[in-house]
Design a protein around this ligand. Structure first.
Ligand SMILES: [Fe+2]
Length: 270
C-alpha cells in the first residue's frame, strides 16, 4: 500500500492558480497508485479553506486523506471572533483529521498525529526563555504571536500535545506506527548554519521531545512539515520525513504547481 506524503501546501499563498495545485495533487496521486494521503498541516490560512480543500482532494481522488492541522490552519486572522481552540475544534469536521483520534490501517498499522507545538528547545541557548516568549527579534514578529489565541503559554501548548500523543502511542504500542506532527521532531531538520535571526526563530519550529517520543515508541515513520524543506533521516528504527511543498516563491526555477508537486511528492510503502 502506497502512502503519499506532502505538507505545507499553502494553497492560498502566492499560488496564482490554486486549481493547478489541486490538479497536480490529483495527477500525482493517480500516477503513483497512492492509496492513502497524509498531509502534515498548513493547507491554508483560513480553516474553512482548509476544510474545503481536504474534502475536494478526497472527492477528486476517491482516496482517504489523513491530516493534522498546521499553525497556519488554526490562525484566526480570517475569523477574529474565534479562538484557536474553536478553530482546532472546527477542523475536526474533517473525518481524516488525526486530532479526532488514531486511524487504523491494514496489516497492523496505525496513524497517530496532532499539530504539536514548540518549547524553544531548538532555539539558541544564548536567549533566555523570556526572550523567546516575546516572539520577535529585530523587526520580525513570529506570526503565531498575533494570529493564535490558545489562552495558554507556548510551552503549556507543547506539553498538552506531547501528553496527548504519548497517551495514544502508549495505547497503540503493539502496532506499527506512523506519527504525524506539523512541527519538527529533530534539531537536524531546523534551519542549519542559522544566521542571527534563525538562531532565534528555530525556537518556534518544534521540540526535540517529539523526536524522543518517536524513538521511545519505536515508531516506523515520523512525518512532519513546518520548516518548508524536504528532508529525510533515519535514527534507530524510525524514519523521519519532512516533506513540504512550500510557498511558490520558494520553488527553485519553477513556477508550475503541477510539476513542482510531482517533484516534491513522496511515497512510502507499508
Ligand atoms: Fe508552512
Amino acid at each position: 500500500m502506497n502512502i503519499g506524503i506532502l505538507s505545507d501546501i499553502h494553497i492560498d499563498r502566492e499560488h496564482p492558480e490554486p486549481n493547478r495545485v489541486i490538479e497536480g495533487l490529483v495527477n500525482v496521486i493517480e500516477q503513483r497508485g497512492v492509496a492513502i494521503m497524509i498531509i502534515a498541516g498548513d493547507i491554508a490560512n483560513d480553516y474553512e479553506r482548509t476544510l474545503h480543500t481536504l474534502h475536494l482532494i478526497e472527492e477528486l481522488t476517491e482516496i482517504r486523506c489523513l491530516f493534522v492541522p498546521g499553525n497556519h490552519d488554526i490562525w484566526n486572522e480570517k475569523h477574529p471572533d474565534k479562538t484557536s481552540w474553536e478553530i482546532y475544534e472546527a477542523l475536526k469536521a474533517f473525518s481524516g483529521n488525526l486530532v479526532n483520534g488514531p486511524v487504523a490501517l491494514p496489516n497492523g498499522w496505525t496513524v497517530i498525529g496532532d499539530i504539536g507545538w514548540y518549547d524553544y528547545s531548538f532555539g539558541s541557548s544564548q536567549y533566555p526563555i523570556e526572550q523567546f516568549d516575546q516572539m520577535e527579534i529585530d523587526d520580525r514578529v513570529w506570526q503565531d504571536k498575533i494570529k493564535t489565541d490558545w489562552g495558554k503559554s507556548t510551552i503549556e501548548m507543547h506539553r498538552y500535545f506531547f501528553g496527548k500523543l504519548e497517551t495514544q502511542l502508549s495505547a497503540h504500542r503493539s502496532r506499527k506506527i506512523i506519527l504525524v506532527t506539523h512541527v519538527l521532531p529533530l534539531s537536524d531538520f531546523t534551519v542549519q548554519r542559522p544566521n542571527r535571526m534563525w538562531r532565534y526563530l528555530n525556537a518556534f519550529l518544534g521540540s526535540k521531545q517529539y523526536g524522543e517520543l518517536a524513538l521511545k515508541y519505536s515508531v516506523a515513520y515520523s512525518i512532519s512539515g513546518h520548516v518548508h524543506d524536504r528532508l529525510q533521516q533515519q535514527c534507530q528504527k524510525t524514519v523521519f520525513i519532512c516533506n513540504c511543498l512550500n510557498y511558490a516563491s520558494q520553488w527553485i526555477e519553477n513556477d508550475d504547481p503541477v510539476s513542482e508537486i510531482a517533484r516534491a511528492f513522496k511515497t512510502i510503502e507499508i
